[in-house]
Design a protein around this ligand. Sequence first.
Ligand code: IMP
Ligand code: MG
Length: 390
Amino acid sequence: MQIIVGAQWGDEGKGKIVDYLSEHADWIVRYQGGNNAGHTVIVGEETFKLHLVPSGICRNKRSILGNGVVLNPIALVNELEALHARGFQTEGRFFISERAHLILHQHLAQDQAEEAGRSQKVGTTGKGIGPAYMAKVARSGVRAGAWQTAELNAEEQAAMQKLRPYLANTEHLLHEALEKGEHILLEGAQGTFLDIDHGTYPFVTSSNCSSGGACTGSGLPPTAVRSVTGILKAYTTRVGNGPFPTELTDDTGTYLQQQGHEFGTTTGRIRRCGWLDLVMANYARRINGITEWAITKLDVLSGLEQIQVCTAYQHQGQTLAGYPSQLQTLENLTPIYTSLPGWSESLAECRQLSDLPANARHYLNFIAEQTHTPIAYVSVGPERNQTLMP
Ligand code: IMP
Ligand code: MG
């Protein structure tokens, strides 16, 4: 069992890496979040934008929405119908945990009302995620398996009727799979710094995105975890509000935004961009138990003369140990940078590590050294074949 987790604020390119790793997996499981997430998977001429269905579906693998997910039945039906229209079969391959909670229309309204009432806006995607989890924790939520006994409106009921064939005791399916020695991939949505406990609270989402959530959100035990792949974008982005120590508000930030096509998949918002932050990477490594990295979007850095990498945080003249818990500290610290030489060549045609310019390899080595973690995958473009394995 392998967990794939975002090491920043989401949008690290997990969808592509999950798709890549799905080839050798028997099951792909989403364990938290809802349709606030967005994955873009590109296969040849086809682009898939997925919000809920695990991207493994594009490989015709068996996939699961685990008990830790919150699902909007109407949005899910739309996504499934779009997949059917493109020739993908989901019946018998896609399963929804009966224990997953539903996002209902009142949660969408509540999400908007709460955001409107906040003095510090979180920048929520407005998909009703927070209120659905609130209802779950308050023990007043509706679980997918109990939809018939709940009072849903007509549209939600019609959607649940369509989803009925997919409902299953997925925890049991996974236990059996584990006992048969099948390979299970657990796919986190969002990222470590949006985790409700370990992220930059309150500018976070309402679930445990980090690897701890993979067990509670799927029913699989921690002792079954064999590896944790951390997805680290070669620079940093954030969509929505909240502290961002290495943010670039100058031309370089705009360069990254444009070269990296950094627009939110779900909301279309421009993503804030900044330098790679290895203080974040090291915290993510420790929180998640990351055993290997997938470095994504390395190609976006082509054309920069010098690349800065944050290696420490200073606050009131002191170098901080660990990741600060207080917003005030995060907003007032000074990132300490190491400057590394850039490269001008495009990386799009690189197919192995030795094809990369020396400075790009140096950049990767610096990440591995500073985080004491090997790099297992490097992505240099959106296509499946633009993934290098050192
Ligand atoms: P919510 O999860 O929609 O309530 O949004 C809370 C915060 O998480 C906002 O800053 C969102 O922009 C951010 N967020 C939620 N989902 C994603 C995602 O999949 N990628 C990046 N940011 C996200
Ligand atoms: Mg995304």
